[in-house]
Design a protein around this ligand. Structure first.
Ligand SMILES: Nc1nc2c([nH]c(=O)n2[C@H]2C[C@H](O)[C@@H](COP(=O)(O)OP(=O)(O)OP(=O)(O)O)O2)c(=O)[nH]1
Length: 136
């Protein structure tokens, strides 16, 4: 396995509502993997903890607020893309303030875990769906 490229730390979140549906967000067409559905989140910046980064990304992307105590680690993705290796912890969050808005995505959708496979996701995300189905 090639190891001469960077490992990128990206943090992501499955927001779960009272009906046990999960929020997914569609990546803009002009981006890498455009049109695919992902879990909200983004890159962890230097000197940020994963939880701080996730709280910041949820505010920037969805205009919602949450706290570290409301973020429960579920699993992680470790996947080799062509130009980087993605390491992506996935948290579950059931408590937040505000109504998610698609500030940086094309669309948002609340989906039952068993229906997540109907939505094309980045290849790194595919193994995560089974964990959500088990949890929910
Ligand atoms: N947020 C998120 N990113 C994911 C998921 N699955 C997956 O492979 N990724 C990848 C896509 C991107 O290459 C990277 C996330 O980086 P990002 O969201 O901060 O950056 P981006 O590519 O959208 O764009 P930019 O900020 O670099 O302009 O992780 C996922 O479920 N959620």
């Amino acid at each position: 396995m090639a190891e001469n490229y960077p490992t990128l730390l990206v943090v992501a979140c499955a927001l779960v509502d009272a009906d046990r549906r999960v929020l997914i967000a569609q990546r803009p067409e002009n981006k890498n993997m455009g049109g695919l559905w992902e879990f909200p989140g983004g890159k962890v910046e230097q000197a940020e903890s994963p939880e701080t980064a996730l709280i910041r990304e949820l505010k920037e992307e969805l205009d919602i607020e949450t706290r570290e105590a409301c973020l429960a680690p579920l699993t992680f993705a470790s996947f080799s893309y062509e130009k980087f290796h993605l390491l992506m912890p996935l948290y579950v969050c059931r408590k937040w303030q505000g109504t998610p808005q698609a500030l940086e995505h094309t669309a948002l959708k609340w989906v039952r875990p068993q229906r997540l496979r109907d939505y094309p996701m980045p290849p790194a995300d595919e193994p995560l769906v089974a964990h959500l189905c088990d949890l929910l």
